[in-house]
Design a protein around this ligand. Structure first.
Ligand code: GAL
Length: 972
């Protein structure tokens, strides 16, 4: 059959569907009966859209079919029997030939038999509701066809009164993977067909609420809230706590506490009609753009936001309530105050959680046509009026469903659709229906349909220019003028792919400096790595897709299993709502309250005075309840005594003084460290004279290869592979944007040969009390080099190295790293260190790492990026002790970054998945003078100038000693 066949013409018809009810508010809790139809369904997959429809007839025997969990995606169930997931970023995985889709169109037939529960009321009506089906569904109940719809992450309802019977109802749903709707759903994510959200049967008693619209605004001057609930049919609106008892459609104004993300004050109420009592959770707030700023309740907002896709490594975009709650709790605990629901309305229960726990939400429509970019935007549906009804349908389904959530403060038209009249039509419809919320769309720089200016991945310099109001003119003077008068938000920035993102702190400084910059939303919340038996977590290409975008789908602040990555820990520190700075030597701290509405009374401020990483005194600071935007300067307690030989500092922590709905008392909201004294490095030990014996040279406790000068042992502990090292396994950010990977930093590094440096030994020079080894380190086929000289001295107990590095030639690229590498026996698998920790830190990513004494096993030091890459450096290290439990090796005598891993850099570089990495017989220890920063060039700006590792003259010092004692050097 062909796509002109009338029976399947609906698949490629650009209309949104037929037979469905008009959209309405998400049915909140009410006393009306409902029946979940989630569960085990019968399932059959056909390769084409025109498979026979005999299964929809009454009495069809589907006992031979597979079973499938609904909600769910069929490609993630059935162990490969139902096809596989596929990942593309922007490319459509089929020819761009709108509205047509491939003849090979996987089609899932679903059957579910159900009885009405005994308590199902007689009379009234019934509605069958689908909260999300990708990408197109045709529905039958008891043999009668109800209709068909598109709009994957939007709700659709059918009236089914009259079709239901007490027992043996048969619901048949045919789902096509591809439809004309797929052209509108080209979001950067896995293609995952199926009935992936709830299916529910709702009883609608006579006189039940068909739709209701809660209007609850806040007047910050008077401190009053105004409530009006429109309802169809009319009813009474009760909010007992506020003494409100009015008819729907009537207005009540009373003193209230406003709703905000910080203080999500909800008032419980009810809408009572003749047929139903509907729960209301009223949050009073007013959001508007005024004086060039986005204000909530009269105060400018600063979004500390993230972009959230719905994702679970086992179930794809099917999320249970516990997972949704976990997302919100994790956001709250990491100082995130806003979420953009990229790039479609989420499961509606997620918004309930945002109302309850407090997040500002940018609710985005299920719309992206990015793949038209590849064809010069020819045929783009948003610029073709034939598609406008479908776009309007999507806008209405979002707005109507979500309009009663106080957390939703911005409507977003969609993502990356280019420009066109369809977007303007959506904007006009939304403005008419709900003028109370500002509009967002990033893809049209003329900003004609939006209330603020939004960009993605603008670099720091451009953001600063925008902050100053000095951005470059873009198009016609009229839109330039309109845009300049608007507030600015980065709807996506700080691409969190792999190790990184770097440069967060510098963005935040700009956001806090220029009022016009109202923050942004990190891309993105979670890695979309799918659980895979062979690869651990799979990314694009792992299912044999002919077209895919690799691991670009793993770019979140959470790993797929929702473990926070170091990027999230850093973001938490960068956006902390309380800042503590000052002068540790003078013993003064300035505490700034960066909250929007809260004073500091919910926090307890703990101080600790630390000497060489150990707390010697601690207590609690008495901090006044400074209001939002305010600050106070306080004297810290007198330190016990000045100790100039030791490194001393104050560590300050702002902790929750009481349990909250999202974290327990004691949860650290913000912290800071103020240095007092710098301490002293142990002096370099000298005295021993080199002694040559066999092919070796002994110098105190060190042993060297007489020919190469390489370190072979220290204190009897064998060392392998010693030498200067400049290579790191490129990070996703080093690799740059996949579509310009050829010009990335990593490509330049590899072209130059930094991954295969050769070490030519020029001289091994035993001196009276030292050993000097001169080398020239350079890649094949190049005349660029590093002159590296190792100066060794020892007193028999300690072995000290000074490595001098002098670049030769005109180096044009930064170095990945600069330091030494050595191999230790695999038994050296535990480390205790005094430095930044407990997590990794690089020059531009370390905001979450604290100076202290930390311990970890070597496996624990590995950050499990889905695609293996450089990770795990602990920087600012003063000393590190690695141990086999018998004879610890101490490294100190300088400040360095260390990395310890059970595989080599080469193996790390070659690995495509974590499962490729197998621990060998060596722990590879890197001690780096410096590392190149991380940046966020996987989609955005590279490393800022201050964090680049430019080859230059360098002197690096470090000392080694081995003790015959199993006891750790310091208690951790
Ligand atoms: C943006 C897009 C996101 C994502 C991101 C890169 O252009 O809106 O959906 O693709 O880039 O990860």
């Amino acid at each position: 059959m062909t796509d002109t066949d009338t029976d399947i013409a609906y698949v490629v018809d650009v209309s949104p569907g037929s037979g469905t009810l008009p959209p309405r508010a998400w049915p909140p809790a009410s006393d009306a009966t409902r029946l979940s139809l989630n569960g085990s369904w019968r399932f059959r997959l056909s390769p084409y859209a025109d498979a026979d429809t005999a299964f929809t007839a009454e009495g069809y025997d589907a006992s031979a079919w597979d079973t499938l969990r609904v909600p769910g995606h069929w490609v993630l169930q059935g162990q490969g029997r139902h096809g596989s997931p596929a990942y593309t970023n922007t490319p459509y995985p089929f020819p761009v030939d709108p509205p047509f889709v491939p003849t090979e169109n996987p089609t899932g037939d679903h059957l579910h038999t159900f009885d009405l529960p005994a308590h199902w009321p007689a009379g009234g009506e019934a509605v069958l509701r689908f909260d999300g089906v990708e990408s197109c569904a045709r529905v039958w109940l008891n043999g009668a066809e109800l209709g068909e719809f598109k709009g994957s992450r939007l709700p659709h309802e059918f009236a089914v009164t009259g079709q239901l019977r007490p027992r043996g109802n048969v619901l048949a749903v045919r789902v096509h993977q591809w439809s004309s709707g797929s052209y509108l759903e080209d979001q950067d994510q896995w293609w995952l067909p199926g009935i992936f959200r709830d299916v529910t049967l709702l009883h609608r008693p006579e006189g039940a609420v068909r739709d209701h619209f809660v209007h609850a605004s806040y007047d910050h001057v008077r401190g009053t809230g105004t409530l009006r609930v429109d309802s169809e049919p009319a009813g009474r609106v009760l909010v007992p706590e506020l003494g409100i008892d009015v008819a729907s459609g009537e207005t009540a104004t009373v003193p209230v506490e406003p709703w905000s993300a910080e203080q999500p004050r909800l008032y419980e109420g009810e809408l009572v009609t003749d047929g139903e009592r509907v729960r209301l959770r009223v949050g009073f707030r007013t959001v508007r753009v005024e004086d060039g700023l986005i204000k909530a309740n009269g105060r400018p907002l600063l979004f500390r936001g993230v972009n959230r896709h719905e994702f679970h490594p086992e179930t794809g975009r099917t999320l249970d309530l516990a997972t949704m709650r976990e997302d919100v709790l994790l956001m709250k605990r990491h100082n995130i105050n806003a979420v953009r629901t990229s790039h479609y309305p989420p499961h509606p229960a997620f918004l309930d959680l945002c109302d309850e726990l407090g997040l500002w939400v940018v609710d985005e429509c299920d719309l992206e046509t990015h793949g038209f970019h590849a064809v010069g935007w020819r045929g783009n549906p948003v610029a073709d009026p034939r598609w406008t009804p479908a776009l309007l349908d999507r806008a209405a389904r979002m707005v109507e469903r979500d309009k009663n959530h106080p957390s939703v403060v911005v409507w977003s038209l969609g993502n990356e659709c280019g420009t066109g009249e369809g977007l303007s039509a959506m904007a006009a419809w939304i403005r008419e229906r709900d003028p109370s919320r500002p509009l967002h769309y990033e893809g049209d720089r003329s900003c004609k349909d939006t209330d603020f200016y939004s960009r993605m991945y603008a670099d720091h310099a451009e953001v600063e220019a925008i902050g100053r109001g000095e951005e470059a003119a873009l198009d016609d003077p009229e839109s330039d003028a309109r845009r300049r008068a608007m507030p600015f938000v980065q709807c996506e920035y700080a691409h969190a792919m792999g190790n990184g993102p770097g440069g967060l702190a510098e963005y935040q400084e700009l956001f806090e400096k220029y009022p016009r910059l109202q923050g942004g939303f990190v891309w993105e919340w979670i890695d979309h790595g799918l659980a895979h038996p062979e690869f651990g977590y799979a990314y694009g290409g792992d299912f044999g897709e002919e077209l895919h975008d690799g691991n670009f789908v793993c770019d979140g602040l959470l790993f797929p299993d929702r473990t926070p990555s170091p990027g999230l820990t850093a973001f938490k520190s960068v956006v902390q709502p309380v800042r503590m700075d000052g002068d540790g030597r003078e013993g003064v701290v300035r505490i700034r309250n960066l909250y929007d509405v809260s004073d500091l009374s919910h926090l307890e401020f703990a101080w600790a005075y630390e000497k060489d990483g150990a707390t010697v005194r601690e207590g609690v600071l008495d901090v006044p309840a400074v209001g939002p935007g305010g600050s106070v300067e306080l004297a810290l307690p007198e330190p016990p005594r000045r100790d100039p030989d030791a490194e001393t500092q104050w560590t300050l922590r702002a902790r929750l003084a009481k349990d909250t709905a999202w974290a327990e008392r004691g949860h650290v909201v913000a912290w800071a460290q103020l240095p007092v004294e710098g301490g002293m490095q142990p002096p370099a030990p000298g005295g021993s004279a080199p002694v040559r014996a066999g092919g070796r040279i002994a110098l105190g406790c060190g042993e060297f290869d007489a020919r190469t000068g390489a370190l072979l042992a220290v204190g009897g502990l064998p060392v392998t592979g010693f030498g200067c090292d400049v290579w790191r396994a490129p990070t996703d950010n080093d690799n740059g944007m996949p579509w310009v990977a050829g010009s990335s930093l990593a490509a330049k590094w590899r072209a130059l040969g930094l991954d295969r440096m050769q070490h030519r030994v020029e001289a091994v020079e035993p001196r009276a009390d030292s050993l000097v080894v001169r080398t020239r380190v350079a890649p094949a086929a190049s005349d660029l080099a590093l002159r590296v000289t190792y100066h060794w001295i020892s007193n028999g107990i300690r072995l000290a190295l000074r490595m001098d590095v002098e670049p030769e030639g005109a180096w044009q690229v930064p170095l990945p790293r600069l330091g030494v590498r050595l191999g230790l026996p695999a038994a050296y698998d535990r480390v205790t260190w005094f430095g930044a920790g407990p997590g990794e830190s690089y020059p531009d990513t370390g905001a979450g790492a604290m100076l202290g004494i930390w311990s970890a096993t070597v496996p624990e030091l590995q950050t499990p990026y889905v695609r293996p890459q450089e990770n795990g450096a602990r920087s600012g290290t003063r000393w590190a002790e690695l141990t086999d439990g018998v004879r610890p090796l101490l490294v100190d005598g300088g400040t360095f970054a260390f990395t310890a891993r059970p595989w080599s850099t080469r193996e790390l570089d070659a690995a495509a998945h974590r499962t490729d990495l197998v621990a060998g017989d060596t722990v590879w220890l890197h001690l780096d003078a410096r590392q190149h920063g991380i940046g966020s060039a996987s989609c955005g700006p590279g490393v800022l100038p201050d964090h680049r590792l430019r080859p230059g003259q360098e002197q690096f010092r470090v000392q080694f000693s081995v003790r015959d004692s199993a006891a750790p050097r310091r208690p951790a």
